[in-house]
Design a binder for this molecule. Sequence first.
Ligand code: IMP
Length: 214
Amino acid sequence: MDKLLVATTNRGKLREFRQLLSQMGIQVLSLDDMPEKIDVEEDRETFLENALKKAKTYGDFYKIPVIAEDAGLEVEALDNYPGVYSARFYSIPYGGVEQVDGDKDSANIKKLLRLLKGKENRRARFVSVVVFYYPDDFGLWTEGYCYGQIIDEPRGDKGFGYDPVFVPEGYDKTMAELEPEEKNRISHRGKAVRKLISLLSKIYSTPKSNNITR
Ligand code: IMP
């Protein structure tokens, strides 16, 4: 395997995947590098189903190995919302639609803080489900979690998405105040990708078939 497509256009995610996969010594492409564009709707009810759908659709279309991830934030006091709706939480009926003044990440955070106002339980976790698909051959998936608390005011300008309001367990900084290497060390995505790399290194160092000769 010399090329791998990471099926995302999210720059924050791509930057983290490139760092995490750098040790594999393969060329990491993103959807922006693909000449022909196709759209895959993330319309399933679980992270795994969405990630599988993306991996299989892009892998079969472009005919190269693919990593696809579906990730999000689950908040205990909000019935585990935003969950699979994390990217477009501002626009869904749960808790009322939020107007977008700036970017979508800010609108998502604004809605989250509005719904948590006055609530004592601030427990939340990030979830990452990563699927690797080698077209017509095999697929595998891993998952990673990062537990923490949602704070009242955004802090920090690193990372992306909900990072400025998420303080990981054992830290007093938000995810957006951590250096990228530190975030990757403890993040849901870091954990899922390291498990995947370990599985792939086992598969690629094991002969695929034992020829029986007479
Ligand atoms: P998707 O996996 O691209 O469908 O979207 C995941 C959404 O979940 C992102 O748009 C973010 O809002 C949120 N999210 C996922 N991972 C992270 C993270 O590492 N930090 C902050 N927000 C995240």
